[in-house]
Design a protein around this ligand. Structure first.
Ligand code: PM9
Length: 465
């Protein structure tokens, strides 16, 4: 008999959550323009919008916050933060930023010039927008399997070396300031990159003299998948695997709001002193002094402590297994999801879920709205809305993956909450033909998914209770 396991923590402080009525939720989603980003959190029962900045901190992190040194310059808390990054990631220097996109802004300003091309293993919304703002163009070099929700490739985040070589041949190494490799790949479904692929990518780029930069936002989750799936890593601590992964990169951008178990924070880290110098020059303009970069001393203490906690093997195993616990229930119900189940979220395949909708009726946005109305569970669209418009044609990009992300915050919900989510998704699936599409009635110029507004193409969400 296989034994059941439980959360590797006990609960010391609780935050009550409120279940609303269906009528209240119908009103709330209409007021929010059918965009789950625009809901008030007090109207949400189980919040799976994002795993970003939504973690529960440990007692050790809260205690560390009391030690926060709020000096304007040279705070002790900065040096503790820097030491944690050196020890766990292995980079020599670190510049704090208020969150991940602050670091993306800095590296894009430092390295990208108009006409540059930045290959990467699938776009990420904020990453690409910062590249484009500097006059660069993102080029996708992820393996084809990543765009197929049903492929069970164990490392769907891998860089396709043939595609990468052809981008280099087409544009010339001198026009590629760096290659951006995300571990794991968020929009592919939280899919990992193998160590072997990192090694091979590094060797190809070294041959051409091109830098390799990492989006390390969920690198610990990636390290766990390597331990589980890649030969030679089964007995290794996640901490050692993470360090080896990072050793192939020149530096990283980081949203500490994910892996590092904090509510705010980010950093740019690396080994090249010329980039550090430029980062220090830029950070004072956009974020703050190089020893706080938009964070308070107590924020930096919480990140430093979180960096040590995130590589605890029991913690990360539980984290990934909780995501799987939800995903496997949905698979058993026959609900179409992205496989293999990823690191931070279960992704519903909205194209297969709602085959009666055209992609320009925003099936993933419609499904996320319907889920909220059904059970007060808030999810996020990751499809045609998030992907935005093609810069050249002005048309919707209509990406292959049209997904709803059920993102699991770290150390926040129990498996019982996952059961409630699974039941609601199952109910919707059984009544899927009743879910209407949406039209966009307000579209902001960039990162439209955050604030766009929609209206139902036919009538409001009508799934029976
Ligand atoms: N990711 C997420 O919910 C936050 C808002 S959605 C734009 O998944 C990667 C891989 C991310 C990410 C944020 C950022 C930006 C960079 N890379 O949100 O600025 O998943 O801290 O990080 C979100 P910040």
């Amino acid at each position: 008999m296989s034994r059941r396991t439980a959360e590797p923590y006990k609960i010391k402080s609780v935050e009550p959550i409120r279940m609303t009525t269906r009528a209240e939720r119908e009103r709330a989603i209409a007021e929010a323009g059918y965009n789950t980003f625009l809901l008030k959190s007090e109207d949400v029962y189980i919040d799976l919008l994002t795993d970003s900045g939504t973690s529960a901190m440990s007692d050790a992190q809260w205690a560390a916050m009391m030690r926060g040194d709020e000096a304007y310059a040279g705070a002790r808390s900065f040096y503790r933060f820097e030491q944690a990054v050196r020890e766990i990631y292995g980079f020599q220097w670190m510049v704090p930023t208020h969150q991940g996109r602050g670091a993306e802004h800095l590296i894009s300003r430092i390295l990208i010039r108009p006409g540059h091309v930045i290959p990467g293993n699938m776009y990420f919304t904020t990453t690409r927008v910062h590249q484009e703002l500097q006059g660069g163009t993102f080029v996708d070099v992820i393996i084809d399997e990543a765009h197929d929700s049903l492929s069970d490739h164990p490392f769907k985040g891998n860089v396709d070396l043939v595609k990468l070589q052809s981008v280099i041949d087409r544009h010339g190494a001198e026009n590629i300031p760096y290659v951006n490799v995300a571990v794991t790949v968020n929009l592919a479904g939280g899919q990992p990159v193998s160590m072997q692929n990192l090694r091979e990518t590094r060797s190809l780029l070294q041959h051409h003299g091109i830098r390799m930069w990492c989006d390390a936002t969920r690198a610990v989750e990636n390290a766990f998948f390597i331990k589980e799936r890649e030969s030679g890593y089964a007995g290794k601590p996640v901490r050692a695997i993470l360090k080896e992964m990072m050793s192939y990169f020149d530096g990283c951008t980081m949203s500490a709001k994910k892996d590092c178990l904090v509510n705010i924070g980010g950093f740019l880290a690396g080994n090249d002193d010329a980039i550090l110098q430029a980062a220090r020059e830029q950070v004072v303009i956009f974020e703050g002094m190089p020893t706080y970069g938009g964070l308070s001393g107590r924020d930096m203490e919480a990140v430093a402590q979180g960096i040590y906690e995130m590589v605890d093997d029991d913690y990360i195993a539980h984290r990934i297994n909780q995501v799987r616990y939800l995903g496997r229930q949905l698979v058993d119900f026959g609900v179409p999801i992205v496989l293999p189940i990823g690191g931070h979220a279960v992704f519903l395949d909205a194209r297969q879920f709602l085959p009666h909708l055209d992609q320009d009726e925003y099936p993933a946005q419609a499904l996320a709205a319907a889920l909220y109305v059904d059970s007060g569970v808030r999810a996020m669209e990751r499809g045609n809305v998030s992907s935005g418009r093609d810069q050249a044609t002005g048309k919707n990009r209509r990406p292959k993956l049209e997904l709803v992300r059920l993102t699991i915050p770290r150390r926040v919900y129990t498996d019982r909450h996952m059961d409630v989510v699974a039941d609601s998704v199952r109910h919707l699936y059984e009544h899927r033909e009743e879910i209407p599409g949406l039209e966009m009635v307000y579209e902001p110029p960039t990162l439209r998914f955050f604030t766009a507004r929609f209206a139902p193409v036919k009538t409001a969400c009508q799934v029976r209770t």
